[in-house]
Ligand binder design. Structure first.
Ligand code: HEM
Length: 216
């Protein structure tokens, strides 16, 4: 549909039996993190700086809600209303789009302003021109550890596709669940059993119990 690299993934990866928002924090990158923090996060799961830049190329598709980048658009600093790293026209357009983001929190912008529906290397070329949407996108092109890879992928789409494919294949093999530690869901957004099963880190039906208590 959107194009992009071809890579093979193994069949049969099971879904976990626990899914709780309070277990997520600390395991994924946030837009207010520094590049050092993000590099450390990726490194903690054996992903290199080059993997980080290649995988960030996934922002060639999709969109982000205004609250994820509003800090760059309004009251950025005492001397600049918008982040000076943003292309001026782009910043102006985003300010209009996001003008009412607090009352209309659904407002969103494409991650790749040039070719939002196409998996290509324009995301990296955008970064070089101040057209990166998130502060962390922009940081990839300013930090000396990540910039060489941004420049490499901006110039060479085939290399981006190759490295993205290899990195995502390795991600797909992380923490594979076997036997009764996971299940193949019949619906991708729901456990096969209505009640959330227990694991060794959770008390039985912990979250369901809470729900029952609060509605009592
Ligand atoms: C490196 C640090 C990263 C940060 C800080 C980050 C942050 C974000 C944020 C804030 C959004 C918008 C969420 C929303 O408003 O709904 C987003 C969207 C997205 N991210 Fe990332 N991300 C990072 C890396 C990645 C990686 C490694 C991938 C995949 C390999 C990825 C794939 C995506 C996709 C596909 C979207 C669009 C989702 C949609 O349209 O619904 N991101 N990211």
């Amino acid at each position: 549909m959107v194009g992009g690299p071809h890579y093979t993934l193994r069949f049969g990866r099971k879904d976990g039996l626990i899914s709780r928002a309070d277990r997520v924090e600390g395991h994924y990158a946030r837009t207010n993190m520094t590049i050092s923090e993000i590099i450390n996060l990726f490194s903690s799961i054996n992903l290199s700086v080059q993997d980080l830049v290649a995988l960030s190329g996934a922002h060639t598709i999709g969109f982000s809600h205004c609250n994820e980048f509003a800090k760059r658009l309004f009251n950025f600093s005492t001397t600049a209303e918008t982040d000076p790293a943003l292309n001026r026209n782009y910043a102006e357009g985003l300010r209009k789009l996001c003008a009412n983001y607090t009352t209309n929190p659904g407002m969103s912008a494409f991650n790749d302003v040039m070719t939002p529906g196409k998996f290509d290397n324009l995301y990296f070329q955008n970064l070089q021109r101040g057209l990166g949407l998130l502060a962390t996108d922009n940081a990839l092109v300013t930090d000396p550890r990540t910039k060489p890879f941004v420049d490499l992928y901006a110039a060479d789409q085939a290399k981006f596709f190759e490295d993205f494919g290899q990195a995502i294949q390795r991600v797909s093999l992380m923490k594979v669940k076997t036997g009764k530690h996971g299940e193949v869901r019949r619906r991708c957004d729901a456990f096969n059993n209505l009640q959330q099963p227990q694991d060794s880190n959770n008390k039985p039906q912990d979250s369901n119990k809470k729900k029952k208590n609060s509605s009592a």
